[in-house]
Design a protein around this ligand. Structure first.
Ligand code: FAD
Length: 385
């Protein structure tokens, strides 16, 4: 382990909370239980089973801030006492009806209002699929001609995007745009590039997310950087490995096309680390947010910052981990005064279940990280007694 546990401050956690977290991660490390749990989460979603209170007091409590912004304030404050900021992430996914899309749009504006008045929130964030129908994005991605109704939907989407970015620019809160499935990502990239050209003239307001588990994205970063130099705008990039690997593999198999994901983890790591080097070498043109729990990559960033004489708290470089994961990295970074913010998802419990399913899958897949969490929690519990 590169980042020691010794900087984590568990003093605000009760013994009960630590024990609950330990039970949760122990369950997540058991593949059979995870399979059953995941199945139950999916059924809960479909059949509206009355088990939301169980989810609320276990997995939701660990990985989410609350059901709305005001519910999440206690978490934001608590993280803030440890010099860790918060990126509030309205994690309602997979809604396609007109009303839900409008609600999400309004929630993102509210999220920006909260950031404006709370210095512990450095960014806002959203997903395109929160603002537009998935099938519309899929069609834009194919470059097929849109019909009249779809053209109108695209117009509404563009208006929402511009309203959000205009507000972000006015209040000087940069906005992160999440990356999603490859069959809608070209559409997201193109629309986000338009926003960067418009809003990133002098400061970085719009950040696109780059998934380095894709073999085509390192080149994309370099091409985008060249475009930015030509058109005189700044780049905002959040670098992640990528969250949809299983889905992508199934998709390419079903469609009989080459998968966009690297064949091996090593290749993915290589591209992530090359992207780190490229971006830090071009820090004059790029605002960066590293969304990773990988200790080697995080350490590489710290080494490069040191080599280049970049201050720890240089505003151009942010680190972010998900709430409930890799506290050893977050607390280490905050202790040494780097800019670090937790992604804190929030939303009505039922709506956040797809996000929780991804966390369950991720934590059961990354057994090494889950084992470290268990070790950490056991040690913290022992120290409390
Ligand atoms: C703050 C934050 C924001 C995020 N935002 C997004 C987002 O907008 N969009 C998104 O898609 N994800 C997002 N993620 C999730 C992220 O993409 C990763 O899934 C997750 O963080 C695990 O990767 P890691 O860098 O922590 O490192 P590790 O734990 O070292 O790597 C695990 C990751 O490596 C990749 N991988 C594993 N095996 C293979 C293989 N055989 N071949 C190729 N690649 C492999 C997968 O991406 C897997 O998730 C975000 C994560 C964080 C912390």
């Amino acid at each position: 382990m590169i980042f020691s546990d010794k900087y984590i401050d568990y003093s605000s956690k009760t013994k009960k909370e630590l024990r609950q977290a330990l039970i949760l991660f122990s369950l997540l490390s058991n593949k059979i239980i995870v399979k059953i749990g995941n199945y139950l989460l999916k059924i809960t979603l479909k059949l509206h089973l009355p088990v939301l209170f169980i989810i609320k007091n276990t997995i939701f409590k660990h990985f989410c801030g609350g059901e709305n912004i005001s519910d999440s304030r206690a978490r934001i404050h608590n993280l803030g006492t440890h010099n860790i900021q918060t990126i509030l992430d309205y994690s309602v996914e997979g809604k396609n009806d007109v009303q839900s899309l409008e609600n999400t749009y309004k929630e993102i504006l509210k999220n920006l209002d909260e950031a404006k008045t709370n210095s512990l929130i450095p960014f806002s964030v959203f997903k395109f699929t929160g603002l537009a129908r998935f099938d519309l994005l899929k069609k834009i991605n194919t470059k097929k001609q849109l019909n009249k109704a779809e053209k109108n939907e695209l117009k509404i989407l563009k208006k929402r995007l511009n309203d959000i970015c205009q507000k972000a620019e006015n209040i000087k809160i940069p906005i992160l745009i999440d990356a999603e499935e490859s069959w809608i990502q070209d559409a997201i990239d193109e629309l986000t590039e338009e926003l960067m050209i418009k809003y990133n003239k002098s400061e970085v307001i719009v950040f696109n997310t780059i998934q380095l588990y894709r073999w085509d994205k390192l080149k994309y970063i370099k091409d985008l950087h060249n475009q930015a130099k030509r058109k005189k705008f700044k780049l905002g990039l959040k670098l992640v490995r990528g969250a949809y690997m299983e889905k992508e593999r199934l998709w390419s198999k079903k469609k009989n096309i080459k998968c966009v994901i690297h064949r091996t983890k090593e290749n993915c790591d290589q591209d992530y680390n090359s992207a780190i080097k490229y971006c830090i070498n071009n820090i004059e043109d790029i605002g960066l947010c590293f969304g990773t729990h990988n200790e080697y990559s995080t350490d590489l960033i710290l080494q490069l910052m040191k080599q280049k004489g970049i201050e720890n708290n240089d505003k151009r470089i942010y680190f972010s981990q998900l709430l409930g994961m890799s506290d050893n990295i977050s607390f280490y970074l905050s202790y040494f005064n780097y800019n670090v913010a937790k992604y804190v998802p929030y939303g009505p419990i039922r709506e956040v279940i797809p996000y929780l399913i991804r966390r369950v899958e991720e934590n059961s897949a990354i057994t090494g990280q889950t084992k470290s969490e268990i070790k950490r929690l056991k040690k913290a519990l022992k120290e409390k007694t």
